[in-house]
Structure formats: C-alpha cells, structure tokens
Design a protein around this ligand. Structure first.
Ligand SMILES: CCCCC/C=C\C/C=C\C/C=C\C/C=C\C/C=C\CCC(=O)SCCNC(=O)CCNC(=O)[C@H](O)C(C)(C)COP(=O)(O)OP(=O)(O)OC[C@H]1O[C@@H](n2cnc3c(N)ncnc32)[C@H](O)[C@@H]1OP(=O)(O)O
Ligand SMILES: Cc1cc2nc3c(=O)[nH]c(=O)nc-3n(C[C@H](O)[C@H](O)[C@H](O)COP(=O)(O)OP(=O)(O)OC[C@H]3O[C@@H](n4cnc5c(N)ncnc54)[C@H](O)[C@@H]3O)c2cc1C
Length: 620
C-alpha cells in the first residue's frame, strides 16, 4: 500500500478526534486557526521557498534571507497581521534571520529595561523597522560570565555623555545575530563607570551604522564572523563582531528602568534586583522551551513517516518485508521522542504563564517569584534543548542512509537547532544556576520557610526521603500519582544528598566546584520532575474530543517511564524504587509501545500527520 493510501486508510481508522487533537497541540482553537492560516500563507508563497537553501553560497543565502525578511515584512503590513500572526509568519519563514534578534531581543530589552521615556522614544522606530537592532552582550572573552564583560561605558559629566570603548581584544563584541551586516543599532552590555567607580554591567543603546548610507559610524569597527556549523542553516544569520574606539552617546541612551545615572553622574540603583538587567535572557529562554517542542515535532514527523513507509527484512513467501516501525528497537527509540514533543509543548505553555505572571508581579514591585522563574527558565531551557538536539540526531539515525540526505530535512534542522544548547546560556552553566537555587532551598528547610511552587515538594522531603513506591505489578506504573512520587523522591533525594555532601567542604564555593557534576544531575532531576508534573496537570484539565485524553495519557506514560528507564540508576541508587520495580516499569513501557503502534496505529500516525499538517510550510 502506498504511503499516502496508508495515511488515508489510517485517517479513517482514527481512534480519536483529530481536529480536537490539533487544538490541544496548538494550545487553543484560536492559536490553531492562526497557525493554520499563516502556515498556508507561507506554504503558498513562492518567495518563501526553502528547498534550495542548502545549495546556495553564503552570499546568495544571505541575499535570499534579506529578500524573505523584506517580503515577510511587506506581507505583514499588506495583510495587517496581528503581532501573534506576524510572529508566526516569521517563525514559519523558518530561517534564522537578523530580524529574529530585533523582534526577539532588542525590542523586549527596551520594553523590559528602558524607562517610560526611552520606550516612547525608541519603540515606535523599532516597531516600524526604521531602526534595526541587535543584542550585543557576548564578547570574544566572555559569554557565560556576564559579570566578566570588559566593554566600558564611562560617564563624562563635562558633556553629559557615556564613552563606549573596547579596551582589549577580548572585549570585542562577538556573536550577536544581526550585527555583521544589517543592524543600525545595538543594545550593548557594558561596564558602567562613573567617577572612577565600576557599577557592573548595564545596557546601552548605541547607533552603529548611518541611517543614510548604512556605513559604520566613526569609532565603530563592525563585520561578520564568518561561516558557522553546517551549510545553509544558521549561515543565513549575520552573526558579527564589533569594536568601539571611544564612541560617545547621550546619557539617556543608558537603559534606565533598572538603574540610573543622574546629570551629576551619580549612580542610582532602583530598589529592584540587579538581575533584572538579565530579564531579556529570561524572556527568550522561556520562548526557547516552546520552540524546542516545534523543532522536536518536525524531526519526529520525518522519522515516523519514514518508519511507517520503510520496509526491511522479514519477507515470507515473497510477501512484503517488515515495516521498520514494527521493530521494538525502532519503537523504543522513536516513541519517547514523540511523547517528549507533547511534554515540552505542555511545559512550554505553563512556562509562558509563569513568565507572564512574574512580569505582572514585577510591575507591582513583587520580586518574590523571580528566583523560581530564573530557575525554571534556565532549567527548562537547558533540559529541553539538550533533549531536542539529541532527538533530532536520533531521528536522523532512525531514517537510515536517507536521514543523512539534505532533502530529508534532518541535517539542516539539526544544524540550525543545536546552537540552542549554547546560546541564551550554555546548558551546563544554566543547570548550575538551578542547582544554586536547589541548594538554597534545602538550606532554608530548617528555617521554617515553606518551599512553594515547583519546589514545594522539597517541603515534604522527610516523607520523600524514606517513601517506597507502591508498585507490585507493571500496570501500577500507569498511575500518575505513583509516577509523580517516584520523580519527586528522586529529585528530593539527589538534592538533599548534594546538600549534605557540600557540608564536607571548607566552604560552599569549594564544595560547589567539587560537586558540580552531582549538582548538575540533581538539577536535571528537578527539571524533569517539573515537566512530568506539568504533563499530569494538563491531563487533569478538561480535554474535549473523542479519545483525545486517552491518547495523551498513553503519551504521558511513555514519556515518564522512558525517562525513568533512562535514569534508572538515579532512581535505584537513591532508593526510590527497587530493581524489580524498575523491571516492571520496563515491562509496562513495552506494552505501551504496542499500544501506541498496534492497538492505536492512528495515534502514532495521526500525531505525526497532525504535527506535519500544522507545520506543513516548514516541511522540507
Ligand atoms: C533563530 C534565532 C531566533 C532569535 C530569537 C527570537 C525570539 C525568540 C523566539 C523563539 C526562541 C527560539 C529560538 C532562538 C532564540 C535565541 C537565539 C538567538 C540568539 C541568542 C542570543 C544570546 O545568546 S544572548 C546572550 C546569552 N547569554 C547568556 O545567557 C549568558 C549566561 N550567563 C548568565 O546569565 C549569568 O552570567 C549567570 C546567571 C550565569 C551568572 O550571573 P551572575 O550575575 O554572575 O550571578 P550569580 O553570581 O551566579 O548569581 C547571583 C544571584 O543572581 C541570581 N540570578 C542570576 N541570574 C538571574 C536571572 N536571570 N534572574 C533572576 N535571578 C538571577 C542567582 O540565582 C543568584 O541568586 P542567589 O544569590 O539568591 O543565589
Ligand atoms: C548561534 C549563536 C548565536 C548567538 N547569538 C548571540 C546574540 O545574538 N547575542 C549575544 O550576546 N550572544 C550570542 N551568542 C553567544 C552565546 O550567548 C554564548 O556563546 C553563550 O552564552 C555561551 O557562552 P560562551 O560562548 O562564553 O561559552 P563558555 O562559557 O566559554 O562555555 C565553554 C564551556 O565551558 C563550560 N563552562 C563555562 N563556565 C562554567 C562554569 N562556571 N562551570 C562549569 N562549566 C563552565 C561550559 O559548560 C562549556 O562547556 C550566540 C551564540 C551562538 C552559538
């Protein structure tokens, strides 16, 4: 049976309401309709074609990208697209492009760190793209260590200006997207110096190029940093290098929402946490989590279609060979990735709510949830991007030789996606930030301060440190409360063990350095618990549509039990479960794989087809 006939056949046999499943994936009916409408718009517009990308030279690829960005902007204006529709259109254009950083970081930074006057001055020009900005924080010598940045912004009270300067080679700004060729302005993060005193890193809006002839302004040396990983891919982005030679800007070009410098040169730190200067990174990290589910779903879509169509071995009496999807090894590699796409989708929805909530709290000077938001955005960005990058590579391998063809779409998807493990925060560095939050929470347990939110379980650590999972049969692993308690016990025990071991060192810093690997693993356990718990919360909601909730329950169990299987050592070493219970979890997982495939062939195929349908314009 031809692949398309097979799909049509499967469509007829759907065990669940496919239309309602599309709404679940999109997050709401409105979100689905916008996504579907914009996907069709992009897919039907020849200017947005992408099948030639990997054959273009860097120069032609960049010209192609400029053309697409200009056309996208033209269509947004012509069709009067809403901000959500415009964001979707830029997403479906599906090519890293300089405007990503303009919309994704430059504008959010002004909104988050600029005062009212600065927002009124700069945002209208930015929204009309009369200026194009980039986010220039990373330097040749420092990326992770923001407090190590060397670019200086020295206040000159004589002229009421800041002098922006690159004092060393390593202070050269290095990596900012959009910087190499296109941006007219940059949000520069530099050391604020007034009257000889260093006040740490702050944000400054600096014009780089003339709005008349686009040439670099005096004192500005700027260019592209060259080819990056893979052909096509991220090479459509002009990541750049930038050096300043005593460039003067007005005092009001320092973003003054978090701290200020008066006309007299006095530094004023508002009564807000200095970390609000990092707010744009927090914003993008939460968006990256939702982006992970999209990238992962595309890879799974390709690998599943291949697995359903590809036949290899197993022919009897001249009959058809076996579909590779029928092999248990193919299922055990593929189905957890399908389940992860949904898990990341749902935790991304929740993280967007958490971020919106903290933004509203900050407006009321309520900073109480800032530490948790930092830990959640850092941890979820780290765990979901690492898992997604690994998954895209796994999907390539699941497609045999064909997975290595550009035309499969997987090589470029991998090449565009993998820097997500580095940008917006190296994934290990971010896990250590989560670990810092965990250790601080454990250290406060005795103080009577009750942990809340995603770390509330730590308040039940006495129970969790000694509980035993109530699993005697494989099907006991289908109970969400059993799974949740196992993941809570693992996370609590790993954190408490780290906290106890830290006490064996002369000081916290030395202990943290020596135990960094254990701490990072405890952070992963905490973040995976968040993903599992948010999937459970999603299933507790009212989910309309015949059979939809049932299918999602199967995917939840596949996700949670495949994670438990992968990290069985943690669970058994921390005493949460016995080896026998671990074996029962594996047995249940095998049964679930059959359910995903044989009892509900439509589940698998329809998950894939619906994902593909939603991302139709992005198929290669
Ligand atoms: C394809 C391109 C698309 C472009 C994107 C567009 C839109 C997004 C749409 C979709 C997203 C999808 C894809 C693409 C997204 C982006 C890709 C493009 C470009 C990437 C751009 C960049 O990479 S920008 C540069 C990113 N750089 C970093 O992330 C640097 C990482 N380092 C840090 O954040 C910090 O140095 C640190 C946190 C590691 C350490 O900071 P430090 O000041 O030293 O603090 P500590 O001493 O460690 O801790 C002190 C204290 O502060 C707390 N804290 C730290 N950070 C925060 C925070 N952010 N918020 C709140 N609190 C924070 C920390 O917990 C400590 O607290 P305690 O003292 O209580 O323990
Ligand atoms: C495609 C791409 C686009 C980018 N776009 C931008 C942009 O638009 N604007 C911008 O400002 N930046 C941008 N960046 C830069 C990016 O944000 C940094 O590369 C990132 O923050 C990592 O910092 P780094 O390169 O200094 O890595 P490093 O911190 O040097 O990491 C190197 C290694 O050291 C390890 N390490 C570092 N510190 C520690 C520690 N304390 N403990 C344990 N291990 C540690 C890391 O885990 C890693 O294994 C981009 C980068 C890429 C790849």
């Amino acid at each position: 049976m031809e692949a398309l006939d097979y799909h049509a056949e499967e469509r007829r046999k759907a065990e669940f309401d496919v239309e309602e499943m599309k709404i679940v994936w999109a997050g709401s009916r409105q979100a689905y309709e916008i996504s579907d409408r914009v996907a069709r718009l992009v897919a039907s517009d020849p200017v947005f074609r992408k099948d030639n990308r990997t054959m273009l030279s860097r120069k032609d690829l960049f010209k192609d990208t400029l053309r697409k960005a200009a056309h996208a902007w033209k269509r947004i204006i012509e069709l009067r697209l809403s901000e959500e529709e415009a964001s979707k259109l830029r997403f479906f254009v599906d090519q890293p492009v300089f405007t990503d950083l303009h919309w994704g970081m430059f504008i959010p930074a002004i909104k988050g760190q600029g005062n009212e006057e600065q927002q009124q001055k700069w945002l209208p020009m930015a929204y009309k793209m009369q200026i194009i900005g980039c986010y220039a924080q990373t330097e040749l010598g420092h990326g992770s260590n923001v407090q190590g940045l060397e670019t200086t912004a020295t206040f000159d009270p004589e002229t009421d200006e800041f002098v922006i300067h690159s004092p060393t080679l390593t202070s050269s700004k290095w990596w900012p997207g959009g910087l190499g060729k296109v941006s007219t302005h940059a949000l520069i993060y530099a050391r604020l110096i007034t009257d000889g005193q260093d006040h740490g890193v702050h944000g400054f809006i600096v014009q780089l190029r003339s709005l008349d002839d686009h040439l670099p302004l005096p004192g500005i040396t700027v260019g592209d940093i060259g080819m990056k990983f893979g052909s096509g891919a991220y090479n459509s982005m002009d990541n750049g290098v930038l050096r300043f030679d005593h460039v003067r800007i007005l005092r009001d070009q320092m973003l003054m929402g978090v701290s200020q410098v008066t006309r007299e040169g006095k530094f004023m730190q508002s009564d807000v946490p200095r970390q609000l200067v990092y707010g744009t990174m927090v914003y993008v990290r939460q968006k990256i989590v939702a982006d992970a589910s999209c990238a992962l779903s595309r890879a799974v879509c390709i690998a599943t279609r291949y697995s359903v169509v590809r036949r290899q071995f197993g022919s009897h009496n001249g009959g058809p060979e076996t579909q590779v999807i029928d092999y248990k090894t193919q299922q055990s590699r593929l189905f957890p990735l399908l389940a992860s796409a949904y898990a990341f989708r749902f935790v991304g929805e929740w993280l967007k709510w958490l971020y919106t909530d903290v933004t509203q709290r900050l407006q009321a000077s309520d900073f109480s949830t800032l530490p948790e938001v930092h830990a959640c955005t850092a941890g979820l960005k780290s765990v979901t991007t690492s898992a997604t990058a690994d998954a895209i590579e796994e999907c390539r391998k699941l497609c045999g030789g064909h997975g290595y063809l550009s035309s499969s779409g997987l090589p470029e998807l991998f090449a565009v996606y993998v820097p997500a493990c580095t940008y917006e925060g190296d994934n290990v560095v971010l896990l250590l930030q989560v670990a810092r939050f965990l250790m601080k929470t454990v250290s406060q347990l005795g103080s009577g301060k009750k942990p809340v939110g995603t770390i509330a379980y730590m308040g039940r650590s006495e129970h969790l440190l000694q509980c035993r999972c109530e699993v005697e049969r494989a099907e006991d692993w289908l109970k969400p409360n059993v799974i949740l308690e196992a993941f809570e016990a693992r996370a609590a025990r790993m954190s408490v063990t780290c906290a106890k071991n830290l006490n064996n060192f002369a000081n916290q810093e030395e202990g943290f350095a020596q135990l960094a690997t254990d701490l990072a693993e405890a952070a992963v356990a905490h973040v995976q618990l968040i993903i599992v718990s948010k999937f459970i919360e999603k299933l507790q909601q009212d989910i309309p549509g015949k059979g939809v909730k049932r299918q999602l329950e199967i995917l939840f169990n596949v996700y949670a039990l495949s994670l438990l299987h992968k990290h069985l050592g943690d669970f058994v070493a921390s005493g949460c479960i016995t080896p026998k219970q671990g074996a029962l979890a594996n047995e249940q997982l095998r049964l679930l794989y059959s359910q995903v495939h044989f009892d509900n062939p439509s589940l698998l195929l329809y998950m894939v087809l619906l994902l593909e349908r939603l991302l139709q314009s992005t198929s290669f």
